[in-house]
Write a new protein. Structure first.
Length: 441
Protein backbone atom coordinates (compact mmCIF):
# COMPACT_ATOMS: atom_id res chain seq x y z
CA UNK A 1 0.00 0.00 0.00
CA UNK A 2 0.98 3.62 0.01
CA UNK A 3 3.03 3.44 3.16
CA UNK A 4 5.17 0.72 1.62
CA UNK A 5 6.10 2.48 -1.60
CA UNK A 6 9.78 2.47 -2.52
CA UNK A 7 11.34 3.44 -5.86
CA UNK A 8 9.69 1.12 -8.33
CA UNK A 9 10.38 -0.67 -11.54
CA UNK A 10 7.04 -1.33 -13.29
CA UNK A 11 5.52 -1.27 -9.89
CA UNK A 12 8.55 -3.48 -9.29
CA UNK A 13 10.28 -2.46 -6.12
CA UNK A 14 13.95 -1.55 -6.39
CA UNK A 15 14.58 -0.99 -2.69
CA UNK A 16 14.13 -3.54 0.03
CA UNK A 17 11.37 -2.63 2.48
CA UNK A 18 12.07 -3.84 6.00
CA UNK A 19 8.79 -4.04 7.96
CA UNK A 20 8.94 -2.02 11.15
CA UNK A 21 5.97 -3.99 12.47
CA UNK A 22 7.49 -7.42 11.89
CA UNK A 23 5.38 -9.10 14.61
CA UNK A 24 2.13 -7.76 13.15
CA UNK A 25 0.34 -11.11 13.05
CA UNK A 26 0.86 -11.50 16.83
CA UNK A 27 -0.67 -8.12 17.72
CA UNK A 28 -4.27 -8.54 18.84
CA UNK A 29 -5.28 -5.20 17.34
CA UNK A 30 -4.71 -6.60 13.84
CA UNK A 31 -7.95 -7.99 12.43
CA UNK A 32 -11.39 -7.21 11.05
CA UNK A 33 -14.07 -5.85 13.33
CA UNK A 34 -17.87 -5.73 13.01
CA UNK A 35 -19.30 -2.48 14.35
CA UNK A 36 -22.73 -2.05 15.86
CA UNK A 37 -23.98 -0.26 12.74
CA UNK A 38 -23.04 -3.30 10.60
CA UNK A 39 -19.86 -1.87 9.06
CA UNK A 40 -16.70 -3.95 8.86
CA UNK A 41 -13.45 -2.16 9.73
CA UNK A 42 -10.07 -3.74 9.10
CA UNK A 43 -7.04 -2.85 11.22
CA UNK A 44 -3.64 -3.62 9.67
CA UNK A 45 -0.01 -2.83 10.49
CA UNK A 46 1.53 0.31 9.03
CA UNK A 47 4.70 2.38 9.34
CA UNK A 48 6.61 2.26 12.60
CA UNK A 49 4.29 1.75 15.58
CA UNK A 50 1.19 2.99 13.74
CA UNK A 51 -1.77 1.03 12.42
CA UNK A 52 -4.02 1.56 9.38
CA UNK A 53 -7.78 1.16 9.35
CA UNK A 54 -9.77 0.54 6.19
CA UNK A 55 -13.51 0.53 5.60
CA UNK A 56 -15.18 -1.50 2.85
CA UNK A 57 -16.51 1.77 1.39
CA UNK A 58 -12.94 3.00 0.85
CA UNK A 59 -12.32 5.35 3.76
CA UNK A 60 -9.00 4.84 5.50
CA UNK A 61 -6.75 6.45 8.07
CA UNK A 62 -3.57 5.96 10.05
CA UNK A 63 -3.82 5.27 13.78
CA UNK A 64 -1.34 6.83 16.19
CA UNK A 65 -1.05 5.50 19.74
CA UNK A 66 -1.82 7.88 22.60
CA UNK A 67 -0.29 7.72 26.07
CA UNK A 68 -3.54 6.37 27.56
CA UNK A 69 -3.56 3.41 25.15
CA UNK A 70 -6.19 4.80 22.78
CA UNK A 71 -5.45 5.65 19.16
CA UNK A 72 -6.02 8.85 17.17
CA UNK A 73 -6.72 8.65 13.45
CA UNK A 74 -5.40 10.84 10.65
CA UNK A 75 -7.12 11.23 7.28
CA UNK A 76 -5.91 8.89 4.53
CA UNK A 77 -2.17 9.33 4.20
CA UNK A 78 -2.29 13.09 4.86
CA UNK A 79 -1.35 13.07 8.58
CA UNK A 80 -4.25 15.50 9.22
CA UNK A 81 -6.47 14.59 12.20
CA UNK A 82 -9.88 13.27 11.14
CA UNK A 83 -11.53 13.40 14.61
CA UNK A 84 -11.75 9.63 14.97
CA UNK A 85 -10.55 7.98 18.15
CA UNK A 86 -10.15 4.21 18.41
CA UNK A 87 -9.71 2.06 21.49
CA UNK A 88 -9.45 -1.67 22.04
CA UNK A 89 -10.48 -3.92 24.91
CA UNK A 90 -8.11 -6.56 26.22
CA UNK A 91 -7.13 -9.23 23.71
CA UNK A 92 -9.31 -11.95 25.22
CA UNK A 93 -12.48 -9.84 25.05
CA UNK A 94 -11.91 -8.77 21.43
CA UNK A 95 -13.80 -5.50 21.56
CA UNK A 96 -13.29 -2.18 19.79
CA UNK A 97 -14.66 1.34 20.00
CA UNK A 98 -14.37 3.09 16.66
CA UNK A 99 -15.50 6.67 17.05
CA UNK A 100 -18.98 6.42 18.58
CA UNK A 101 -19.54 2.79 17.56
CA UNK A 102 -18.59 -0.30 19.49
CA UNK A 103 -17.83 -3.63 17.83
CA UNK A 104 -16.38 -7.12 18.10
CA UNK A 105 -13.54 -8.90 16.34
CA UNK A 106 -14.76 -11.04 13.43
CA UNK A 107 -13.74 -14.67 13.90
CA UNK A 108 -12.46 -16.58 10.88
CA UNK A 109 -11.39 -20.17 10.18
CA UNK A 110 -7.64 -19.80 9.59
CA UNK A 111 -5.29 -22.47 8.24
CA UNK A 112 -1.54 -21.84 8.16
CA UNK A 113 0.39 -23.89 5.62
CA UNK A 114 3.65 -24.61 3.83
CA UNK A 115 3.64 -25.72 0.21
CA UNK A 116 6.16 -26.21 -2.57
CA UNK A 117 6.58 -24.68 -5.99
CA UNK A 118 9.32 -26.19 -8.13
CA UNK A 119 11.22 -27.27 -5.04
CA UNK A 120 10.91 -23.95 -3.19
CA UNK A 121 9.04 -23.83 0.11
CA UNK A 122 6.38 -21.12 0.23
CA UNK A 123 4.38 -20.13 3.30
CA UNK A 124 0.70 -19.31 3.04
CA UNK A 125 -2.55 -18.84 4.93
CA UNK A 126 -6.17 -19.59 4.08
CA UNK A 127 -8.69 -17.32 5.80
CA UNK A 128 -12.30 -18.50 5.53
CA UNK A 129 -15.60 -17.18 6.88
CA UNK A 130 -16.79 -19.23 9.84
CA UNK A 131 -19.06 -22.15 9.03
CA UNK A 132 -19.35 -25.06 6.62
CA UNK A 133 -21.01 -23.39 3.64
CA UNK A 134 -19.38 -23.34 0.22
CA UNK A 135 -17.86 -19.93 -0.54
CA UNK A 136 -15.77 -18.41 -3.34
CA UNK A 137 -12.02 -18.32 -2.70
CA UNK A 138 -9.57 -15.75 -4.06
CA UNK A 139 -5.79 -16.22 -4.20
CA UNK A 140 -4.00 -12.92 -3.61
CA UNK A 141 -1.04 -12.54 -5.99
CA UNK A 142 1.83 -10.32 -4.89
CA UNK A 143 2.85 -7.06 -6.37
CA UNK A 144 6.58 -6.37 -6.46
CA UNK A 145 6.98 -5.57 -2.78
CA UNK A 146 9.61 -7.34 -0.71
CA UNK A 147 7.61 -7.50 2.52
CA UNK A 148 5.41 -10.32 3.78
CA UNK A 149 1.94 -10.45 2.24
CA UNK A 150 0.79 -12.51 5.22
CA UNK A 151 1.70 -9.62 7.50
CA UNK A 152 0.52 -6.68 5.43
CA UNK A 153 -2.29 -7.65 3.00
CA UNK A 154 -5.56 -6.37 4.47
CA UNK A 155 -7.59 -8.11 1.74
CA UNK A 156 -6.86 -11.45 3.46
CA UNK A 157 -9.41 -10.33 6.09
CA UNK A 158 -11.54 -7.83 4.16
CA UNK A 159 -12.76 -10.49 1.72
CA UNK A 160 -13.60 -13.09 4.40
CA UNK A 161 -15.55 -10.41 6.29
CA UNK A 162 -17.72 -10.29 3.14
CA UNK A 163 -18.19 -14.06 2.95
CA UNK A 164 -15.28 -14.79 0.58
CA UNK A 165 -12.32 -17.02 1.39
CA UNK A 166 -8.83 -15.59 0.81
CA UNK A 167 -5.50 -17.34 0.38
CA UNK A 168 -2.45 -15.16 1.02
CA UNK A 169 1.17 -16.28 0.68
CA UNK A 170 4.63 -14.80 0.98
CA UNK A 171 6.20 -14.45 -2.43
CA UNK A 172 9.47 -16.39 -2.84
CA UNK A 173 12.32 -14.54 -1.18
CA UNK A 174 9.96 -12.56 1.09
CA UNK A 175 8.58 -13.07 4.58
CA UNK A 176 8.88 -16.67 5.73
CA UNK A 177 9.03 -18.18 2.22
CA UNK A 178 12.18 -19.70 0.82
CA UNK A 179 13.89 -19.08 -2.47
CA UNK A 180 15.35 -15.93 -3.96
CA UNK A 181 13.33 -12.79 -4.64
CA UNK A 182 12.57 -12.47 -8.34
CA UNK A 183 10.52 -10.47 -10.81
CA UNK A 184 10.50 -13.31 -13.33
CA UNK A 185 6.83 -13.50 -14.31
CA UNK A 186 7.15 -17.09 -15.51
CA UNK A 187 8.47 -18.29 -12.14
CA UNK A 188 5.92 -16.21 -10.24
CA UNK A 189 3.04 -17.56 -12.33
CA UNK A 190 4.07 -21.12 -11.46
CA UNK A 191 4.13 -20.11 -7.79
CA UNK A 192 0.61 -18.68 -8.13
CA UNK A 193 -0.60 -21.96 -9.66
CA UNK A 194 0.89 -23.84 -6.70
CA UNK A 195 -0.82 -21.39 -4.32
CA UNK A 196 -4.17 -22.00 -6.01
CA UNK A 197 -3.69 -25.75 -5.71
CA UNK A 198 -2.94 -25.40 -2.00
CA UNK A 199 -5.89 -23.06 -1.43
CA UNK A 200 -8.27 -25.57 -3.00
CA UNK A 201 -6.77 -28.41 -0.96
CA UNK A 202 -7.24 -26.56 2.30
CA UNK A 203 -10.72 -25.28 1.48
CA UNK A 204 -11.85 -28.76 0.43
CA UNK A 205 -15.59 -29.05 -0.15
CA UNK A 206 -16.10 -25.45 0.96
CA UNK A 207 -14.35 -24.12 -2.15
CA UNK A 208 -16.76 -22.58 -4.64
CA UNK A 209 -15.58 -20.28 -7.41
CA UNK A 210 -11.80 -19.92 -7.22
CA UNK A 211 -9.60 -17.36 -8.90
CA UNK A 212 -6.89 -14.73 -8.58
CA UNK A 213 -6.62 -11.08 -7.59
CA UNK A 214 -3.31 -9.45 -8.50
CA UNK A 215 -2.26 -5.83 -8.11
CA UNK A 216 0.48 -4.01 -10.02
CA UNK A 217 3.09 -6.66 -10.94
CA UNK A 218 0.44 -9.26 -10.12
CA UNK A 219 -1.44 -8.00 -13.18
CA UNK A 220 1.21 -9.62 -15.40
CA UNK A 221 1.42 -12.77 -13.26
CA UNK A 222 -2.21 -13.70 -12.54
CA UNK A 223 -3.36 -14.00 -16.20
CA UNK A 224 -0.36 -16.25 -16.92
CA UNK A 225 -1.24 -18.45 -13.96
CA UNK A 226 -4.87 -18.71 -15.09
CA UNK A 227 -3.70 -19.90 -18.52
CA UNK A 228 -1.63 -22.69 -16.94
CA UNK A 229 -4.30 -24.24 -14.69
CA UNK A 230 -8.06 -23.71 -14.59
CA UNK A 231 -9.40 -20.72 -12.66
CA UNK A 232 -12.88 -19.24 -12.55
CA UNK A 233 -11.83 -15.59 -12.61
CA UNK A 234 -8.95 -13.13 -12.61
CA UNK A 235 -9.00 -9.62 -11.16
CA UNK A 236 -6.21 -7.25 -12.20
CA UNK A 237 -5.95 -4.14 -10.02
CA UNK A 238 -3.85 -1.22 -11.32
CA UNK A 239 -1.92 -3.59 -13.60
CA UNK A 240 -0.67 -3.35 -17.16
CA UNK A 241 -1.20 -4.84 -20.60
CA UNK A 242 2.06 -3.32 -21.94
CA UNK A 243 5.75 -4.14 -21.47
CA UNK A 244 7.89 -2.93 -18.59
CA UNK A 245 9.78 -0.62 -20.96
CA UNK A 246 6.56 0.78 -22.39
CA UNK A 247 5.33 1.40 -18.87
CA UNK A 248 8.30 3.65 -18.10
CA UNK A 249 7.82 5.52 -21.38
CA UNK A 250 4.15 6.11 -20.61
CA UNK A 251 5.02 7.26 -17.10
CA UNK A 252 7.52 9.83 -18.40
CA UNK A 253 4.93 11.10 -20.89
CA UNK A 254 2.46 11.56 -18.02
CA UNK A 255 5.12 13.43 -16.03
CA UNK A 256 5.33 15.91 -18.88
CA UNK A 257 1.55 16.12 -19.24
CA UNK A 258 0.83 16.76 -15.56
CA UNK A 259 3.56 19.43 -15.43
CA UNK A 260 2.19 21.12 -18.57
CA UNK A 261 5.30 20.79 -20.72
CA UNK A 262 5.17 21.07 -24.50
CA UNK A 263 5.15 18.30 -27.09
CA UNK A 264 8.75 19.17 -28.01
CA UNK A 265 9.84 18.88 -24.39
CA UNK A 266 7.99 15.57 -24.07
CA UNK A 267 9.85 14.29 -27.13
CA UNK A 268 13.18 15.16 -25.49
CA UNK A 269 12.15 13.56 -22.21
CA UNK A 270 11.19 10.35 -23.97
CA UNK A 271 14.52 10.32 -25.82
CA UNK A 272 16.29 10.58 -22.47
CA UNK A 273 14.04 7.88 -21.01
CA UNK A 274 14.75 5.42 -23.82
CA UNK A 275 18.48 5.85 -23.27
CA UNK A 276 18.18 5.35 -19.52
CA UNK A 277 15.87 2.37 -19.91
CA UNK A 278 18.41 0.69 -22.18
CA UNK A 279 21.11 1.08 -19.53
CA UNK A 280 18.80 -0.48 -16.92
CA UNK A 281 17.74 -3.29 -19.26
CA UNK A 282 21.36 -4.24 -20.01
CA UNK A 283 22.35 -4.16 -16.35
CA UNK A 284 24.57 -1.12 -16.86
CA UNK A 285 26.71 -2.93 -19.44
CA UNK A 286 25.61 -0.94 -22.49
CA UNK A 287 24.47 2.54 -23.43
CA UNK A 288 25.94 4.55 -20.57
CA UNK A 289 27.86 7.01 -22.78
CA UNK A 290 24.77 7.86 -24.84
CA UNK A 291 22.62 8.23 -21.72
CA UNK A 292 25.18 10.43 -19.99
CA UNK A 293 25.49 12.64 -23.05
CA UNK A 294 21.72 13.23 -23.08
CA UNK A 295 21.72 14.00 -19.34
CA UNK A 296 24.37 16.63 -19.82
CA UNK A 297 22.58 18.01 -22.86
CA UNK A 298 19.20 18.41 -21.19
CA UNK A 299 19.85 18.81 -17.46
CA UNK A 300 19.63 22.63 -17.57
CA UNK A 301 16.28 22.65 -19.37
CA UNK A 302 13.18 23.50 -17.27
CA UNK A 303 11.42 20.17 -17.90
CA UNK A 304 14.33 18.02 -16.71
CA UNK A 305 13.49 18.34 -13.01
CA UNK A 306 10.00 16.93 -13.69
CA UNK A 307 11.19 13.70 -15.32
CA UNK A 308 10.49 10.78 -13.03
CA UNK A 309 9.11 7.79 -14.89
CA UNK A 310 8.48 4.48 -13.19
CA UNK A 311 12.17 3.63 -12.77
CA UNK A 312 14.09 6.21 -14.85
CA UNK A 313 14.36 8.56 -11.86
CA UNK A 314 16.36 5.96 -9.98
CA UNK A 315 19.25 5.99 -12.46
CA UNK A 316 19.17 9.68 -13.45
CA UNK A 317 21.67 10.78 -10.76
CA UNK A 318 23.98 7.74 -10.95
CA UNK A 319 27.45 7.65 -12.48
CA UNK A 320 28.76 4.61 -14.35
CA UNK A 321 30.20 2.87 -11.28
CA UNK A 322 27.02 3.43 -9.31
CA UNK A 323 24.96 2.03 -12.16
CA UNK A 324 27.08 -1.10 -12.20
CA UNK A 325 26.59 -1.54 -8.47
CA UNK A 326 22.84 -0.92 -8.88
CA UNK A 327 22.64 -3.56 -11.61
CA UNK A 328 24.35 -6.16 -9.40
CA UNK A 329 22.21 -5.35 -6.36
CA UNK A 330 18.89 -5.32 -8.20
CA UNK A 331 19.33 -8.17 -10.66
CA UNK A 332 15.80 -9.53 -10.23
CA UNK A 333 15.49 -11.12 -13.70
CA UNK A 334 12.92 -8.54 -14.73
CA UNK A 335 11.43 -9.42 -18.16
CA UNK A 336 11.62 -5.90 -19.59
CA UNK A 337 10.19 -6.89 -22.96
CA UNK A 338 7.52 -9.36 -21.85
CA UNK A 339 4.45 -8.85 -24.07
CA UNK A 340 1.28 -9.58 -22.07
CA UNK A 341 -1.18 -9.39 -24.97
CA UNK A 342 -0.63 -12.95 -26.31
CA UNK A 343 -1.53 -14.38 -22.89
CA UNK A 344 -4.57 -12.12 -22.66
CA UNK A 345 -5.74 -13.10 -26.15
CA UNK A 346 -5.29 -16.79 -25.35
CA UNK A 347 -7.14 -16.65 -22.04
CA UNK A 348 -10.56 -18.23 -21.63
CA UNK A 349 -10.88 -17.03 -18.02
CA UNK A 350 -13.24 -14.12 -17.28
CA UNK A 351 -11.22 -11.12 -16.15
CA UNK A 352 -11.94 -7.82 -14.39
CA UNK A 353 -9.45 -5.00 -14.93
CA UNK A 354 -9.67 -2.07 -12.49
CA UNK A 355 -7.49 0.93 -13.36
CA UNK A 356 -6.95 4.51 -12.21
CA UNK A 357 -6.90 7.28 -14.81
CA UNK A 358 -4.15 9.21 -12.97
CA UNK A 359 -1.80 6.31 -12.27
CA UNK A 360 1.78 7.49 -12.71
CA UNK A 361 3.41 4.20 -11.67
CA UNK A 362 1.35 2.07 -14.06
CA UNK A 363 -0.18 4.48 -16.60
CA UNK A 364 -3.56 3.17 -17.64
CA UNK A 365 -4.50 4.78 -20.98
CA UNK A 366 -2.86 2.27 -23.35
CA UNK A 367 -3.74 -0.66 -21.11
CA UNK A 368 -7.38 0.44 -21.04
CA UNK A 369 -7.39 0.75 -24.84
CA UNK A 370 -5.96 -2.74 -25.20
CA UNK A 371 -8.44 -4.29 -22.78
CA UNK A 372 -11.28 -2.56 -24.65
CA UNK A 373 -9.98 -4.06 -27.89
CA UNK A 374 -10.10 -7.52 -26.30
CA UNK A 375 -13.67 -6.89 -25.15
CA UNK A 376 -14.61 -5.77 -28.66
CA UNK A 377 -13.07 -8.97 -30.00
CA UNK A 378 -15.40 -11.01 -27.80
CA UNK A 379 -13.29 -11.74 -24.72
CA UNK A 380 -15.18 -12.11 -21.44
CA UNK A 381 -13.35 -9.18 -19.88
CA UNK A 382 -14.70 -6.21 -17.92
CA UNK A 383 -12.86 -2.90 -17.66
CA UNK A 384 -13.40 -0.29 -14.96
CA UNK A 385 -11.46 2.99 -15.01
CA UNK A 386 -11.73 5.30 -12.02
CA UNK A 387 -11.25 9.00 -12.89
CA UNK A 388 -8.82 10.71 -10.54
CA UNK A 389 -7.46 7.50 -9.02
CA UNK A 390 -3.80 6.58 -8.90
CA UNK A 391 -1.69 3.49 -8.18
CA UNK A 392 -3.31 1.43 -5.43
CA UNK A 393 -6.77 2.66 -6.53
CA UNK A 394 -6.58 5.65 -4.20
CA UNK A 395 -7.81 9.17 -4.70
CA UNK A 396 -5.40 11.96 -3.85
CA UNK A 397 -4.91 15.66 -3.25
CA UNK A 398 -1.95 17.84 -4.15
CA UNK A 399 0.46 19.22 -1.58
CA UNK A 400 1.69 22.81 -1.94
CA UNK A 401 4.84 21.51 -3.66
CA UNK A 402 2.71 19.72 -6.29
CA UNK A 403 3.31 16.19 -5.01
CA UNK A 404 0.42 13.85 -4.32
CA UNK A 405 -0.87 12.47 -1.05
CA UNK A 406 -3.55 9.80 -1.05
CA UNK A 407 -6.80 10.36 0.84
CA UNK A 408 -8.92 7.19 0.42
CA UNK A 409 -9.65 4.24 -1.85
CA UNK A 410 -11.91 4.89 -4.82
CA UNK A 411 -15.57 4.43 -3.76
CA UNK A 412 -16.95 1.16 -5.06
CA UNK A 413 -13.56 -0.46 -5.69
CA UNK A 414 -13.87 -3.13 -3.01
CA UNK A 415 -17.56 -3.74 -3.79
CA UNK A 416 -16.74 -4.28 -7.46
CA UNK A 417 -14.15 -6.93 -6.64
CA UNK A 418 -16.54 -8.62 -4.21
CA UNK A 419 -19.28 -8.85 -6.82
CA UNK A 420 -16.97 -10.20 -9.52
CA UNK A 421 -15.53 -12.85 -7.21
CA UNK A 422 -18.96 -13.88 -5.99
CA UNK A 423 -21.09 -13.55 -9.14
CA UNK A 424 -18.68 -13.51 -12.09
CA UNK A 425 -19.98 -10.13 -13.22
CA UNK A 426 -20.35 -6.58 -11.97
CA UNK A 427 -23.21 -4.13 -11.92
CA UNK A 428 -23.45 -0.81 -13.72
CA UNK A 429 -22.47 1.62 -10.97
CA UNK A 430 -19.53 1.63 -8.54
CA UNK A 431 -18.70 5.16 -7.52
CA UNK A 432 -17.40 7.12 -10.50
CA UNK A 433 -15.99 4.10 -12.36
CA UNK A 434 -16.35 4.12 -16.13
CA UNK A 435 -17.26 0.52 -16.89
CA UNK A 436 -16.98 -1.37 -20.18
CA UNK A 437 -18.81 -4.68 -20.02
CA UNK A 438 -18.31 -7.76 -22.21
CA UNK A 439 -20.82 -8.07 -25.03
CA UNK A 440 -22.28 -11.29 -23.58
CA UNK A 441 -22.33 -12.06 -19.84
Amino acid sequence: MKSLIAPTLCGLSLLLFVPAYADATKDCHIGSWRLGDGRAIDIAPSDGDTLRWRAFTGETGQLHRNKDGSWTSTYGWTERPDRKTVSFSDCATGGIRFGKETGKRIAFDVSETNFESNGTKLVGRLVMPKGSAKVPVVVLVHGSEHDSARDFYALQRMFPALGIGAFVYDKRGTGASGGTYTQDFDVLANDAVAAMREARRLAGPRAGRTGYQGGSEGGWVAPLAANRAPADFVIVSFGLAVTVLEEDQESVALDMHFHHHSADDTKKALELARAGEFVVETGGKEGYAEFDALRRKYKSEPWYKDVHGDFLFFVLPLDKAQMGEMARKFDFHTPFRYEPMPALRASTTPQLWVLGSDDLDAPSAETAARVKSLIAAGKDYTLAVYPGAEHGMTEYELKPDGTRVSTRYAPGYFAMMRDFIRDGRVGDHYGQAEITQPRVH
